[in-house]
Write a protein that binds this ligand. Sequence first.
Ligand SMILES: Nc1nc2c(ncn2[C@@H]2O[C@H](COP(=O)(O)OP(=O)(O)OP(=O)(O)O)[C@@H](O)[C@H]2O)c(=O)[nH]1
Ligand SMILES: [Mg+2]
Length: 261
Amino acid sequence: MSTQESALRCLVVVPTHNEATNIEEILARLHKHVPEADVLVVDDASTDATRTLARAALRPNDRIVERETKSGLGNAYLHAFRIGLAEDYDLLVQIDADMSHDPVALPTMLAVAQHGVAVVIGSRYIPGGSVVGWPRRRLWLSRWANRYTAVALGLAINDATAGYRVYRADALRSLNLAGIQASGYGFQIEMSYRAVRSGMSVVEIPITFRDRVAGESKMSRRIVVEAFQLVTWWGINDVVTLRRRRRAYRTLDQATQPDSQ
Ligand SMILES: Nc1nc2c(ncn2[C@@H]2O[C@H](COP(=O)(O)OP(=O)(O)OP(=O)(O)O)[C@@H](O)[C@H]2O)c(=O)[nH]1
Ligand SMILES: [Mg+2]
């Protein structure tokens, strides 16, 4: 790694809602595996000891934002991205607090981003990646949601719902974050979709994803339905736009034929 590359500043965003059983361990593992990165915990309305435990575990350059309303994962990340961009971080990391995403993979993901890749996804569904501990039904749902997303949106991404990511700050700046619609899984898909549509490089790195062993899931049927509806809507929109473009090109083409004048 060159001196210039190693000087890139990295902010790791950890969203939390009632993660008292996990927050100390995820912070300890982040400090161990990426000691040079700063950590930003975005806590939404936790009613357990998450905030107290986080505050005690944070290092001087780390911090916690405490919000009183549970506003969804996407909203928490957008809030954190605004802070990270305003403070001129070069790389912004998304990681769940529930230990599903092991910080051990982060140095590799950061190295890929440091070499110029706009979005690095910690992927479960490429060779070398895996899911440990999910019931068959949950795995099936996630696999098919990703296949459907890839086909509907024409994305060559195997794990577009993945929440373990590194974004280059320059990429985030050009993504019009204010226009993001989705809040749950849909948020991860929407960010992937926007990145690909903007011509950015997106690279998947295999990770081992572990089902949470402690704390409660915040996943809901509403989040899954939101993602499905948005993907379907964007897919239909793409087809309609493509047809319109084709019609416009045909009209232009006919108008410029010599015998049409
Ligand atoms: N700040 C904030 N964090 C949230 C919110 N909802 C979920 N989280 C956090 O986002 C991360 C992912 O949420 P999870 O509940 O693990 O959802 P999931 O990973 O899709 O599903 P499971 O792992 O099965 O529970 C965890 O760190 C949660 O604490 C929210 O509204 N605001
Ligand atoms: Mg989880």
